[in-house]
Design a protein around this ligand. Structure first.
Ligand code: PMP
Length: 401
C-alpha cells in the first residue's frame, strides 16, 4: 500500500526530528544528559497520589471510573479558578477547560484558529512542541519579538504575502522553553498593544510559571489584560496551565483559562477529540492540589534553584572563550550560545561519542530551522555532582571544536 497516497497534506509537516533519533542513544548509563527538560521523578509526591487514588476508588469508584463532562471535573476547575485569582486573574470555573496536558491545549488552540496559510507569531526560538502542535494546521510562522517592538504593519504585510491572516501570538513569558528567559512587564504590555492592533489572540503558555527561584513575580499577560479591560470575558489572551511541572506529567492534566465564548468552542472540540480528560486523574489531582500543592512546589523550587545555581557556576568555570548563556530566574533551562561557526547538532554528535554528554541542539526550536549555534541545557533532573562532571565534559567538547 502506498500510504503517502492516502495521507492528508498536513502529514508532510509532521516529521520525526533527527534530534529525536540522536536522543534515543541516551539510554546508555554512562551518558550525562541535560537534554530532558522533565521533572526529577525522585520529587514526585507519590505518597500523596497513592492516598488520593485510594480515596477516590474507595469513596466514589462509580464517579472515578465513569465517563465525565468535557469541561472537566468541577471541583478541580474551581480550585484552578481560585489559583488563577491569586495570580491576578479573577475568573470562574466556567472560564476553565481541563485538557490532557497543556500540549493538548496547544493542539486545540491551533485547530481553533489556524486555517492553512494563516500566520502564527512565535518566538525565534520557541517551544518545539508548540511548533509540532501547530504544524498539523499548516500555518506560516512569523517572528514574534519578545520585547514587543516589531511593528504591526510589518507583521501584517508578511502574513498577507503568504495569503493568510495573522491569528495569534504564542509565547511563554516566564522562564521560556528553550531560553529560560522572562519577559518583563513593559514588554508584556507592548505585546497586548500589538495583539490589539493586529486584532489577534495571545496564547500564553505558562508551563513553568510556578517555578520561580528569585526575582519578583510579574503578572501574567492575562492578568495585565484583565487590569485594562476589567473582565476576562473581554480579553483576547488564552492562558495554558499545567500540573506537569508541579505535580506529575504522567497524569496528563492541564487547563486553558479564557473568555467563556472561547471555552465553549473548545468544549465542543474536546467532545470531538477525546470526550474528556481522565476522570480519576482529575479527581486525584484535585485532592493532591488541595492538600500538598503549596509546600510541594516550595520543595521543588528549593531543589531546582540549587541545581540552577550549580549549573551556572559550572558554566562560569568550564566554558571556553566565546561561549555565552542565559541566567534564568526559574524553570528548567539554560540556553547556551556557542562560538559563531559552531553547530549545535554537530557538537551533539561529537559530545555523545567522545564525552558522553547530551543536550538539545538549538535549531529544533526555530520555525525555519535557522540558527544552529545554540544548545539547550536542562538542569532539572541531574544531581549536582553530575552537573559538575557533565558541564566539564561539555566544556572539553566545545574547546575541541
Ligand atoms: N509548554 C511548554 C513550554 C513545555 O515545555 C511543555 C512540556 N515540555 C508543554 C507546554 C507541555 O506540557 P504538558 O502537556 O505536560 O502540560
Amino acid at each position: 500500500m502506498d500510504w503517502n497516497g492516502v495521507f492528508a497534506t498536513r502529514m508532510s509537516r509532521m516529521k520525526a526530528s533527527e534530534i529525536r533519533e540522536l536522543l534515543k542513544l541516551l539510554d546508555q548509563p554512562e551518558i550525562i544528559s541535560f537534554a530532558g527538560g522533565i521533572p526529577d521523578p525522585a520529587l514526585f509526591p507519590a505518597e500523596a497520589f497513592r492516598a488520593a487514588y485510594d480515596e477516590a476508588l474507595t469513596a466514589d469508584p462509580g464517579t472515578a471510573l465513569q465517563y465525565s463532562v468535557s469541561e472537566g471535573y468541577r471541583p478541580l476547575r474551581e480550585w484552578i479558578a481560585g489559583e488563577m485569582a491569586r495570580i491576578g486573574v479573577p475568573c470562574a470555573a466556567e472560564n476553565i477547560l481541563i485538557t490532557s496536558g497543556s500540549q493538548q491545549a496547544l493542539d486545540y488552540l491551533g485547530k481553533l484558529m489556524l486555517s492553512p496559510g494563516d500566520t502564527a507569531l512565535v518566538g525565534w526560538p520557541t517551544y518545539l512542541g508548540a511548533l509540532g502542535a501547530f504544524n498539523a494546521y499548516e500555518p506560516v510562522y512569523a517572528r514574534l519579538d519578545p520585547a514587543g517592538n516589531r511593528p504591526a504593519e510589518d507583521i501584517r504585510a508578511e502574513a498577507e504575502a503568504h495569503g493568510g491572516a495573522v491569528k495569534f501570538a504564542y509565547l511563554s513569558v516566564d522562564f521560556a522553553n528553550p531560553t529560560g528567559q522572562t519577559t518583563d512587564r513593559a514588554a508584556r504590555e507592548r505585546l497586548i498593544d500589538l495583539a490589539e492592533t493586529l486584532d489577534i489572540a495571545i496564547i500564553e503558555d505558562a508551563a513553568y510559571q510556578s517555578l520561580r527561584y528569585d526575582g519578583e513575580a510579574i503578572p501574567p499577560i492575562l492578568a495585565l489584560e484583565i487590569a485594562r479591560r476589567g473582565d476576562i470575558e473581554a480579553c483576547r489572551t488564552l492562558y495554558c496551565g499545567s500540573f506537569s511541572k508541579t505535580l506529575a506529567p504522567g497524569l496528563r492534566v492541564g487547563w486553558i483559562c479564557g473568555a467563556r465564548d472561547v471555552i465553549g468552542r473548545l468544549v465542543l472540540m474536546k467532545q470531538a477529540a477525546d470526550l474528556h480528560s481522565s476522570t480519576i486523574n482529575q479527581m486525584v489531582v484535585d485532592r493532591v492540589a488541595r492538600t500538598v500543592f503549596a509546600p510541594h512546589v516550595e520543595r521543588l523550587r528549593a531543589t531546582y534553584k540549587a541545581r540552577r545555581d550549580h549549573m551556572l557556576a559550572a558554566l562560569a568555570r568550564e566554558m571556553p572563550e566565546g561561549v555565552s548563556w542565559t541566567r534564568p530566574e526559574g524553570g528548567m533551562f539554560v540556553w547556551v550560545t556557542l562560538p559563531a561557526q559552531m553547530d549545535g547538532a554537530d557538537l551533539l554528535a561529537a559530545s555523545l561519542k567522545t564525552e558522553k554528554v547530551a543536550f538539545v541542539p538549538g535549531r529544533a526550536f526555530y520555525a525555519d530551522g535557522s540558527n544552529g549555534n545554540a544548545i539547550r541545557l536542562s538542569f532539572s533532573s541531574t544531581d549536582e555532582a553530575k552537573i559538575d562532571e557533565g558541564i566539564a565534559r561539555l566544556g572539553r567538547a566545545i574547546a575541541r571544536g
